[in-house]
Design a binder for this molecule. Structure first.
Ligand code: ZN
Length: 479
């Protein structure tokens, strides 16, 4: 065991109730970034964090980000940055979290008041922001306090970057990180983000990859206005018929993408990577439970997880301009826009993907010989991210999980994206680790969001232990 962990762990247990009260105070501030009326509360939450950090002896700054684009009457909440420790002999870890939350109203179906932390007999702590992301942010503050009270030297220099607009697109944050990467954040040896979730409920995970997303529109138009099928059916070429044909040529029932050349961009599965999968605690029943049916594409866990994390997928989302109400309207839509997206993985470069998509959609449409016109374009794209799970940053976290929870962590990727991850990696050039505190059942963004007491208290131990192992880990930059 890393030295000094035992007194630290004991102190975390002794302070558990204090830490829960800290979470209660934070949850009570409705820092909803999406709502104008709550903007003052988002500021209040930033002050709360700044005060807590200052009280513990950190140097804290609240950096303004200016006016909110498109809502110029609103000031963006500040990025709360802090430095705890400035010892050149120690490593420096940059941690990120966010202090704003998703909206929450009783009318949405909450069983308890969303901004009133409610702990039930199972130790589930319900409240908006409990798991996303106030619990994890406070975990870092708790770790500092427990070290001080236990009289254990803090093992690293800590840099904090806590933002207040994450749930509203992280307005202004990328520019800030890029500007500070070689200034305030320049000493960072590695980055740790605690803002995602375990794969299940029992076993912690470390996350080393996220898929990207390219989102497309296919617009087909012909007639000058919507037509009636009784009058024009059979005599006018119908945009919807063309669009259905195009959309049907994108992906098959096995999830195979039908766009020529696309699958060739995907990095092959390595032997080292393959070995990470069998240990992951996940079952097909977990999948069936979360999709609410047994309509899976694959029958095995490994294939399912790989399909979700490390292979691309294509989903058809909807058709704009199509009749979608109940009933039997006999309209022929004049213009329809099909929407689909591709979740991208290494080594799919966005512009290469776009070109293959455009070419394929055009080829398919041209083969129809339709007199309608078609346009295909990318609405937005976000890049995938993958880090080395064998880097010292991950090895340290892995040892910390073993120490606190007695198990090897699941090494996971996620199918969705967390854009700030890639911003930190590109701006600092350092390894980024995703070290989640909450579990898969926490319901971030939905009603009855919660964080289990175990995840919060053992999670605080985990964050502290991670920093101790970081201080000890040989600095291999192994890829
Ligand atoms: Zn979050």
């Amino acid at each position: 065991m890393a030295p000094n962990l035992d007194p630290y762990f004991k102190q975390v247990d002794a302070l558990a109730d204090t830490f829960i009260e800290r979470l209660r105070a934070a949850v009570a501030i409705p820092s909803v970034s999406a709502s104008d009326e709550n903007r003052k509360d988002v500021f209040r939450m930033g002050d709360f964090l700044a005060d807590e950090l200052t009280r513990l002896g950190a140097e804290v700054e609240k950096r303004p980000l200016g006016k909110q684009p498109g809502k110029e009457h609103l000031e963006l909440p500040p990025v709360v940055i802090a430095r705890y420790g400035n010892d050149k002999k120690k490593r420096t870890i940059l941690v990120y979290g966010h202090y704003d939350v998703q909206p929450a109203l009783m009318e949405d179906g909450w069983a308890t008041k969303p901004f009133d932390l409610t702990v039930d007999e199972k130790g589930r702590m319900f409240g908006r922001g409990s798991t996303d992301d106030k619990g994890p942010v406070l975990g870092w503050i708790n770790a500092i306090e427990a070290h001080q009270k236990a009289g254990v030297e803090f093992p690293v220099n800590l840099l904090c970057c806590f933002e207040g607009m994450e749930e509203y697109g992280s307005e202004g944050l990328d520019d800030f990180i890029n500007a500070e990467a070689k200034k305030y954040f320049k000493d960072a040896d590695a980055v740790c983000i605690s803002d995602n979730y375990w794969l299940g409920t029992e076993k912690p995970c470390l996350t080393y990859g996220l898929r990207g997303c390219n989102y497309y529109s296919v617009e087909i138009k012909g007639p000058a206005q919507d037509l009636h099928s009784g009058v024009f059916g059979g005599s006018a070429q119908e945009p919807m018929t063309d669009l259905m044909h195009v959309l049907s040529k994108l992906v098959d029932q096995k999830g195979q993408i039908l766009i020529p050349g696309l699958n060739e961009l995907v990095a092959p599965v390595t032997e080292d990577e393959k070995k990470l999968y069998p240990n992951i605690s996940y079952t097909m029943d977990n999948l069936y439970e979360s999709i609410g049916s047994k309509t899976s594409i694959f029958e095995t866990k490994d294939e399912t997880l790989m399909a979700r994390w490390r292979f691309p997928s294509l989903s058809v989302h909807g058709v704009e301009g199509a009749f979608s109400q109940p009933g039997a309207k006999t309209v022929i839509p004049a213009k329809v826009i099909g929407k689909f997206s591709i979740r991208t993985v290494p080594n799919m470069e966005s512009n290469e993907v776009n070109e293959l998509v455009y070419k394929h959609v055009k080829d398919v449409f041209n083969k129809l010989g339709s007199k309608n016109s078609m346009n295909v374009y990318c609405q937005h794209d976000g890049k995938w991210w993958v880090a080395s799970p064998f880097h010292w940053n991950f090895q340290a976290a892995s040892k910390a999980v073993k120490q606190v929870f007695g198990v090897e962590p699941d090494m996971t990727r996620e199918g969705g994206s967390i854009p700030v991850t890639i911003t930190f990696e590109q701006a600092t050039g350092k390894n980024v680790l995703l070290l989640p505190m909450g579990s898969s059942t926490d319901g971030a963004h939905s009603i009855n969001e919660k964080l289990d007491r175990r995840n919060y208290i053992e999670g605080t131990k985990l964050l502290g232990a991670y920093l101790h192992y970081v201080a000890e880990e040989p600095m291999n930059e192994k890829k």
